[in-house]
Design a protein around this ligand. Structure first.
Ligand code: SAH
Ligand code: SF4
Length: 382
């Protein structure tokens, strides 16, 4: 069987090379060709011995998920749709800004956690993405954007800057529910022979899977964003059902523990603004109390509606007032701009379709009109 080399981080590739009787430095050379130079053709890896190239050709391949579509928005946002087999697709969004270029990538086809306001949660869960499918999104986007991950002279934006300077795991799925495939992908993002990003520029977003937050702190501490969305257990139990397993007091304690290892000295709390649900002055004040012992920043996300969501976006004035209460309480608070509207690339509007295998989805499919079921999107968090 052909081995997909995108499934390996440096350690994994070195181990696989050892099994082929090849030295570690050869593995590092190949890693560099694949990720740093974006090369998938072994014949083009000119500094490898002919015999090694032949061996690789016979046993291995570099197989990213194929691109289904690639759309550019008027504001520069670019959305890729990648085929992950069995009629499942996941989305990846590139968001260029003045001082950075952020790639938002997916970690699962669907999501099992069923957050009430999230279209991915509504679609149900199909499967975890492999390491190759996670890192393959960055590999593909990097090639499409014409960039050298290390900011060399192969088409970097300008002055040797990288086109993709930041990666956020805020696409489809719960990254910490796919821990074992996620960590090698994160290590590749950080590896100097691959993408060479600093830990501060790689962010994992989680709905709060407490034991996996501790494991991430040990295995590969990168910047952490936690999807909070409510200040009380009563409300969070409804909006983010994983809260029933890991309630707020445990989540806050886990955030504090994470900060001991984290590359940044704050946690980012994401908070989707739902009209009449979690957006009152009292909610903002309760948040200040909740996070009093956790160094943090807040990122308020205007809710992005999708068919039959049952929620509405809080009015802009409400969001401003909510933000000002947090700011007056001493917390740096930003409000996320919605981008890529014209290509459905904003949070909650992505159109990745998932063929869910669970009985829950089969029941839902019977109850929901087909148009609503198939146009529900992946939430994205830009
Ligand atoms: N599963 C992870 C990462 C993916 S979701 C998590 O939940 O953190 C990334 C962010 O988008 C989360 O904060 C999520 O709550 C938010 N989100 C989900 N649906 C949304 C919607 N319809 N509008 C705006 N933000 C949404
Ligand atoms: Fe899953 Fe995150 Fe959506 Fe919740 S918000 S259902 S954890 S992708």
């Amino acid at each position: 069987m052909t081995v997909n080399l995108l499934d390996f981080d440096a350690e994994g590739l070195i181990a696989w090379f050892a099994r082929q009787g090849e030295k570690p430095f050869r593995a590092r050379q190949v890693l560099r060709w694949i990720h740093h130079f974006g090369v998938s053709d072994f014949e083009a890896m000119t500094d490898l011995a002919k015999s090694l190239r032949g061996k690789l050709l016979a046993t291995a391949a570099v197989s990213p998920p194929p691109t289904v579509s690639d759309k550019l928005s008027g504001d520069g946002t670019r959305k890729f749709l990648f085929d992950v087999g069995n009629r499942n697709a996941v989305e990846t969004v590139f968001i260029p800004e003045d001082d950075r270029g952020t790639l938002c990538i997916s970690s699962q086809a669907g999501c099992a956690l069923e957050c009430a306001f999230c279209s991915t949660g509504r679609q149900g869960f199909n499967r975890n993405l492999t390491t190759a499918e996670i890192i393959g999104q960055l590999w593909q986007a990097n090639r499409a954007l014409g960039g050298d991950p290390m900011g060399g002279d192969r088409g970097a934006a300008h002055d040797g800057e990288r086109i993709i300077s930041n990666v956020v795991l805020m696409g489809m799925g719960e990254p910490l529910a796919n821990f074992d495939n996620l960590v090698p992908a994160l290590r590749l993002m950080l590896d100097d022979n691959a993408y060479g990003l600093s830990r501060r520029r790689v962010t994992v977003s989680t709905s709060g899977i407490v034991p996996a937050m501790d494991r991430l702190a040990e295995a590969c501490p990168v910047a952490l964003a936690v999807s909070l969305h409510a200040a009380t257990d009563g409300l969070r139990d409804k909006l983010v059902p994983i809260n029933r397993k890991y309630p707020l007091a445990e989540l806050m304690a886990a955030c504090r523990r994470y900060l001991v290892h984290a590359p940044r000295d704050f946690i980012t709390f994401e908070y989707v603004m739902l009209d009449g649900i979690n957006d009152t002055d009292a909610d903002a004040r309760a948040l200040l109390h909740l996070v009093r012992d956790v160094p943090c920043k807040f990122n308020l996300i205007p809710f992005n509606p999708f068919p039959a969501s049952g929620f509405h976006r809080s009015p802009a004035e409400r969001v401003r007032r909510f933000a000002s209460i947090l700011i007056n309480g001493g917390i740096v608070t930003t409000t996320r701009k919605t981008r890529g509207d014209d290509i459905d690339a904003a949070c909650g509007q992505l159109a990745g379709q998932v063929q869910d295998k669970s009985r829950r989805m089969q029941r839902a499919a019977a109850a929901v009109p087909k148009s609503a079921a198939t146009s529900a999107g992946v939430e994205l968090h830009l």
